[in-house]
Design a protein around this ligand. Structure first.
Ligand code: PHE
Length: 342
């Protein structure tokens, strides 16, 4: 054993360490807990008791030599590096550190798809403020003064001022668009809206809508139907059917709810469409002549249609998300399922 120790001693004495890599190899081979010297210490137990002392002393010398060699070389290498001002040589073949990619929010994915479909048929994107006055959110849109939608239960008023509120729908952007321009108008208006509702799996006080407006001479209900039919086929698949149910909105006459055939069960009936074969995606109608004149547009000359859809609702249908609250909880386990940014 003594012989082995001396042999290693010589090895360590004559070792040349030129870079960090060699230093690390040296550390593992001699200084580390799994190195040869540690092994020898283990074997010391098997040496004849009368020799143990002498061997132990030699072994300690070797250990100190290895430790000193390591620290000296380490200090020298560090020193060299700071003196030359050069960083240690970089291994360019090492793989890079991958960037952590985020995921696009599902509502953003669906909004972008909706925008893209309408842009293809000539609609521009328009925008408006989320804090609105009574005129743009209600009065110009033909809401009678005592209409329940103005009620405190539905609307968040700002600082108890009954004239200023968080917009309850994107229809307020229609008004701004018409007031500030001249027909024809062909625009869609995606945006955030607020309603004072109890939060549940199906309803939230904050959600997104996309409004559409088309005003020109001779625009008819047939244009409304074809536009939405095209949209439904593009978004939900080419076999999608569309149906209109009579409805009421103060700002459209006639008005209709828009249903699409259930794209999950293809109309056969499933729990998504509640076994009816149809799912509702929004409201629509021909812009009421009162709204046109409120916005300075001659209702004798121009007609138009408007529609509004909930982006959460469409996203929940497309991805079968069962709870609207998931969209605002920012749980990455939910968000990551929609794939990384591509
Ligand atoms: N603004 C309506 C709502 O929020 C939707 C709608 C828009 C209906 C445009 C008809 C026309 O429910």
């Amino acid at each position: 054993m003594l012989e082995k120790i001396r042999e290693i001693y010589k090895e360590v004495e004559s070792i040349v360490i030129e870079n960090a890599e060699q230093l690390e190899k040296f550390r593992i081979a001699y200084v580390g807990r799994k190195g040869v010297i540690a092994d020898l210490f283990e074997n010391l137990r098997n040496a004849p008791p009368e020799d143990r002392r002498a061997i132990g002393a030699e072994l300690n010398n070797l250990k100190n030599l290895a430790q000193d060699t390591f620290t000296q070389n380490r200090d020298r290498l560090e020193n060299e590096q700071t003196q030359t001002g050069q960083p240690a040589p970089v291994d360019l073949t090492l793989p890079g550190t991958p960037n952590q990619l985020g995921a696009v929010h599902p509502l953003s994915i669906v909004r972008a798809r909706i925008v893209e479909i309408f842009e293809r048929i000539g609609f521009n994107v328009a925008d408006g403020p989320e804090i609105e006055d009574d005129w743009h959110n209600f009065t110009a849109l033909n809401f009678p003064p005592n209409h329940p939608a103005r009620d405190m239960q539905d609307t968040f008023f700002v600082e108890k001022n009954p004239d200023i509120a968080l917009r309850t729908h994107t229809s307020s952007v229609q008004v701004r668009l018409m007031e500030n321009g001249k027909p024809p108008f062909r625009a869609i208006m995606p945006g955030r809206v607020y309603r004072n509702e109890a939060i549940s799996a199906r309803a939230h006080c904050l959600f997104h809508q996309v409004e559409g407006l088309y005003i020109d001479e001779n625009v008819s209900f047939a244009d409304l139907k074809q536009t939405l039919y095209y949209f439904a086929k593009e978004l939900f698949g080419k076999d999608t059917k569309i149906r209109f149910r009579p409805s009421f909105f103060p700002f459209t006459e006639p008005s209709a709810e828009i249903d699409i055939s259930c794209f999950i069960c293809k109309g056969k009936g499933c729990n998504i469409c509640k076994y009816s074969g149809w799912v509702e995606i929004g409201g629509s109608g021909m812009v009421d002549p009162n709204v046109l004149s409120n916005c300075g547009i001659d209702p004798e000359k121009y007609t138009g249609f408007a529609f509004g859809m909930g982006i959460e609702r469409i996203t929940m249908l497309l991805y079968q998300v069962k709870d609207i609250r998931l969209f605002t909880e920012n749980d990455v386990r939910f968000l990551r399922q929609f794939g990384p940014v591509s």
